[in-house]
Each structure stands twice: as structure tokens, then as C-alpha cells.
Design a protein around this ligand. Structure first.
Ligand SMILES: CC(C)(COP(=O)(O)OP(=O)(O)OC[C@H]1O[C@@H](n2cnc3c(N)ncnc32)[C@H](O)[C@@H]1OP(=O)(O)O)[C@@H](O)C(=O)NCCC(=O)NCCS
Length: 140
């Protein structure tokens, strides 16, 4: 592996779109592309030999950040990629005081990743997802 954490640039937009589609079944190229010119929406990516293997989408509101999504290509999971990307995102925003996210009640891998990075549960959104599953709200 020759893995690098970095901000998104135009050359990787399609690669992020494909990864997002593979993992979540949908993506939006225009939305990803728009983040390149929207300071309060950012994508961070992990690249291995030119291929995007992970991404993290965030919203920024001055000293507050929302982790909109984070995902790692399945064959790279469990090897520290997600953890390293999350730490990189925080290092890129030293002035951020508070970080929020929502995660599916059943998504234990992600919940563990977030706890490892200092998040704690602060609430629940009942039936938040389209299939009726609850979301746990976490804060760091
Ligand atoms: C959640 C996800 C991003 C984690 O990325 P990853 O690169 O596999 O995670 P890492 O290898 O860096 O592991 C970091 C921590 O996450 C947790 N974790 C990761 N995989 C796990 C698993 N299979 N079971 C339980 N905990 C797990 C552990 O706490 C781990 O720390 P540890 O190795 O000290 O135990 C990845 O599983 C993924 O892309 N899932 C699908 C997309 C998704 O659900 N995203 C979250 C949306 S809210």
C-alpha cells in the first residue's frame, strides 16, 4: 500500500463517485464536484496508488463540524484507513471545537470508530433512516 490522506481535487471526483455508489448504492457527481468550490463542504480522500480507497464528507460551520459520511472500500477495511482519515480531517481543522454526526443504530463498526476518536452518544433520532432505523447522534 502507498496510502495518502488528502483533500479532494477534480481528478478524483469520478473515483469518489464510484466508491460512494459501490458502498451506498447512490452518489451525485455534481454534488461532489460542487464541494470543490464550496468552502463549508469538503471531501477528504485516501488514495492508494492513484485509486480512491476512502472518503470523508464534512460540513463546516465556523467552529462546528458535521461528519456527513465516511467510508472505506471494503477490501481495505480493518487496516486503520478509516481511523487515519478521521484523524487527518481533525488535524486539517484545528479550530473546530465541536463535531457532530449521525450513525445507524446497527452500525457497530462505525460506532466503534467514532468512540475510538472521542465521540459519545448525545441523542437518538427515532426512525431517521428511510427504512425506519434509528440514528444515534454522536458528539466530540
Ligand atoms: C466504518 C468504517 C469507515 C471503518 O473504517 P475502517 O478503515 O475499516 O476502520 P479502521 O480499520 O481504521 O478501524 C478503526 C476502528 O473502527 C472500529 N472497527 C472497524 N472495523 C470494525 C469491525 N468490523 N467491527 C467492530 N469495530 C470495528 C474499531 O474500533 C477500530 O479500532 P481497533 O482496530 O483499535 O479495534 C468502514 O467499516 C466502512 O466504510 N463501513 C461502511 C460505510 C459506513 O458504514 N460508514 C459509516 C457511515 S455513518
Amino acid at each position: 500500500m502507498n496510502v495518502t490522506n488528502r483533500g479532494l481535487t477534480q481528478e478524483y471526483v469520478i473515483s469518489v463517485m464510484k466508491l460512494e455508489e459501490n458502498i451506498f448504492g447512490k452518489s451525485n457527481k455534481v454534488s461532489i464536484e460542487n464541494s470543490l468550490t464550496t468552502p463549508n463542504r469538503q471531501y477528504y480522500i485516501v488514495v492508494d496508488n492513484g485509486e480512491v480507497i476512502a472518503f470523508c464528507e464534512v460540513n463546516l460551520m465556523e467552529i462546528e463540524m458535521e461528519i456527513v459520511n465516511i467510508a472505506v472500500k471494503d477490501c481495505y477495511r480493518g487496516s486503520g484507513v478509516g481511523n487515519s482519515l478521521m484523524k487527518y480531517v481533525f488535524e486539517e481543522h484545528p479550530n473546530v471545537d465541536v463535531v457532530f454526526l449521525e450513525v445507524r443504530f446497527s452500525n457497530q463498526s462505525a460506532i466503534n470508530l467514532y468512540i475510538k476518536n472521542g465521540f459519545e452518544e448525545v441523542g437518538v433520532r427515532k426512525g431517521y433512516y428511510s427504512d425506519g432505523e434509528d440514528a444515534i447522534i454522536m458528539k466530540r
